[in-house]
Design a protein around this ligand. Structure first.
Ligand SMILES: CC(C)(COP(=O)(O)OP(=O)(O)OC[C@H]1O[C@@H](n2cnc3c(N)ncnc32)[C@H](O[C@H]2O[C@H](COP(=O)(O)OP(=O)(O)OP(=O)(O)O)[C@@H](O)[C@H]2O)[C@@H]1O)[C@@H](O)C(=O)NCCC(=O)NCCS
Ligand SMILES: Nc1ncnc2[nH]cnc12
Length: 273
């Protein structure tokens, strides 16, 4: 039977998916600016990752060396295989590349921490120590959106979050979700928007074509929360407006979605939700 860490990882993917109405993202009512994927594509993608999370969990539990960067590089090999499985399950569509990276790290680290009685975010920092330098500074073939944005703007994207021990999750999203009240939908949507107030989402920046555009997203997400979030009529109106803008301009919040996924995972592990 699948153990609870792996189950919580799968739950986190599905909780994020069914949350609606999410701006710039796929949900059960809307494909947002992602015409090549829908909710079924994400269900197929999520289930294809079960074995990967189980492997990440085993890796964390059985790792005995002191240099935790070796744990990360062993996990990455499994992540590359998981990406191939995801692409097969989705007929070639990139649904969860960012989540394979981020949630894989959280699952592996959580499992390591449970066995070794260490703190989660510090363990992640140790696993990902030097990652930006390894992947971006010493890399002269910058191909992906994240790699090119590092070259153009110095933004470290998904790797920088990991190397810093996910400060967006640790200091902002997780305390926010823990203290939130109301329906699940309201809590998770508001947490997504909280994440969107501060995240340098490389997916959004790539689609918008400029780094400055992310400041505009930060402001709109903050205005939604100031209006009272999803529990208020004004908040809902602002969210629907942002949804429409994302659709019209082809903006995606893929990186924010991944950070919501890992926040949900930790909240489930700690019994906050
Ligand atoms: C380190 C990797 C994640 C590879 O990263 P990449 O170089 O692509 O770097 P980033 O762009 O920085 O991040 C990748 C995805 O991570 C999500 N993300 C973005 N910003 C953040 C952030 N600030 N914090 C956390 N996470 C973030 C986001 O994922 C979502 O968007 C995906 C779709 O986006 P993208 O791939 O750019 O777009 P396309 O497929 O072209 O489609 P369109 O949407 O434009 O149509 C989706 O998957 C969401 O999950 C970022 O995209 C990791 O993959 C890795 O380690 N790779 C290297 C493997 C390797 O080492 N190979 C060599 C052998 S050793
Ligand atoms: N719901 C979603 N829509 C689009 N990209 C995503 N990446 C992770 N979750 C996503």
């Amino acid at each position: 039977m699948t153990n609870s860490i792996t189950q919580n990882a799968l739950k986190a993917l599905l909780y994020e998916l069914v949350t609606l109405p999410k701006p710039g993202l796929v949900d059960p009512l809307n494909q947002g600016p992602h015409p090549d994927m829908d909710v079924y594509t994400f269900v197929n993608s999520s289930l294809s990752l079960e074995e990967y999370f189980a492997n990440a969990e085993t890796l964390g539990r059985t790792f005995t060396k002191t240099d935790l960067t070796q744990l990360f590089f062993q996990l990455r090999q499994k992540g590359i295989t998981a990406e191939q499985k995801m692409v097969t399950a989705t007929n070639g569509i990139n649904t969860h590349k960012g989540a394979i990276f981020a949630l894989g790290i959280f699952v592996c680290a959580e499992s390591y921490c449970t066995t070794n009685h260490t703190e989660l975010f510090t363990t992640i920092q140790k696993m990902c120590n030097g990652l930006v330098k390894h992947d971006l500074v010493q890399n002269n073939q910058l191909k992906t959106a994240g790699e090119q944005e590092f070259y153009k703007y110095g933004a470290g994207g998904a790797r920088a979050q990991a190397e810093q021990g996910y400060p967006v999750v640790r200091d902002t999203a997780l305390p926010f979700l823990k203290n939130s009240t109301g329906s699940f939908q309201t809590r998770l949507l508001d947490t997504l928007m909280k994440i969107a107030t501060i995240t340098e989402d490389s997916n959004f920046i790539k689609r918008a074509g400029s780094y400055d555009s992310i400041r505009c997203l930060h402001k709109k997400a903050a205005a939604y929360l100031t209006a009272g979030g999803y529990a208020t009529t004004e908040g809902r109106q602002k969210l629907l407006q942002l949804n429409a803008e994302c659709l019209a301009n082809n903006y995606s919040l893929g990186g924010c979605a991944d950070l919501l996924i890992v926040t949900i995972f930790v909240a489930l592990e700690r019994g906050y939700i």
